[in-house]
Design a protein around this ligand. Structure first.
Ligand code: ZN
Length: 298
């Protein structure tokens, strides 16, 4: 699943190419993707028609991101919410040249476009935007206004974005100091800080020298400050590098994200710690593989 850096990287790649363009036509081949969200949703042919008609002749005003949601604002006030979930991917091309792309998996993007996973196709003035999705857990939901989108509570209980000014040390400390839950659990549940998945939670804990299985309320002020700073540094660096190629994410220019080269613990269970040389431990937390150094992390 794309994590925050991959989605932010995709957003930044799309903005210069598609903002200002007017959608000429939209084809939805899998109505499920535009009907609702969740695994048990039913495809709705009326929602498919509403999506196709509702976006035709709409001009893209700006593209924002909230957690891992991409939000496309149109000049008319309409809003399109896009969540790539496990295997969604957006590719924008002009005259066969891929100018912006991101998501998962890279194999699909290497095929001709459109391909059998190109379920939604937006014809813009200068090029074509493809939404490809192998497993189809993603969703694209169109709203007449921001208020209509907000009413559906997609963002309830979402914490602060690690790239936003609101992600202050005070916010972070207040979010963690009274919780007995394990640190990694809270970092990943999105309630205090959004966008940290398995990769970046492990990397942040390692960089800060704290064990991911510590109770949140056991962290000292010093440890909280270090962790807060490392989360900002790691996410910022990952966005700049286009995310982690380890899970096949791709960048705007078609190259693979290079952040995986920076991974100190993720995917390195059993290998030597790059700091102390001891063997990295591998455990399971919340059904996810967790890698840590029992020597470097307290
Ligand atoms: Zn170590």
């Amino acid at each position: 699943m794309p994590e925050l850096p991959e989605v932010e990287s995709l957003r930044r790649s799309l903005v210069p190419h598609v903002v200002g363009q007017t959608i000429q036509s939209v084809e939805v081949h899998k109505p499920k993707l535009v009907s609702s969200k969740g695994t048990s949703r039913r495809p709705s042919s009326s929602k498919k028609k509403k999506f196709e008609r509702g976006l035709t002749q709409e001009t893209i005003k700006q593209i924002d991101r909230k957690a891992k949601n991409l939000i496309i604002h149109f000049e008319s006030g309409k809003v399109l919410l896009i969540h790539l979930k496990m295997t969604g991917q957006l590719v924008y091309q002009e005259d066969g040249e891929r100018l912006a792309l991101g998501g998962h998996p890279i194999e699909v993007s290497e095929h001709e476009l459109p391909n059998k996973h190109s379920h939604i196709i937006f014809e813009l003035e200068r090029g074509t935007l493809f939404y490809n999705d192998v497993r189809m857990f993603g969703y694209l939901l169109l709203y007449d206004s921001w208020d209509d989108l907000a009413a559906e509570q997609h963002f309830d209980n979402l914490g602060v974005d690690p790239l936003a000014e609101e992600f202050t040390l005070e916010h972070f400390r207040n979010g963690l100091k009274d919780r007995k839950a394990k640190l990694k659990t809270v970092l990943m549940n999105q309630e205090v800080v959004t966008g940290l998945g398995n990769i970046y939670a492990d990397e942040a804990c390692f960089a800060a020298g704290v064990r991911p299985d510590r109770a949140c309320n056991s962290l000292s002020d010093e440890e909280l400050a270090k962790l807060h700073a490392e989360i900002q540094r790691i996410i910022q660096t990952a966005v700049e590098q286009g995310g982690s190629s380890v899970a096949n994410y791709i960048m705007a220019d078609g190259s693979r994200g290079t952040y995986a080269r920076e991974h100190k613990v993720y995917g390195r269970g059993g290998k030597e710690c790059l700091v102390c040389g001891n063997q990295l431990a591998k455990t399971t937390m919340n059904n996810r593989t967790t890698v840590l150094c029992l020597h470097c992390q307290q």
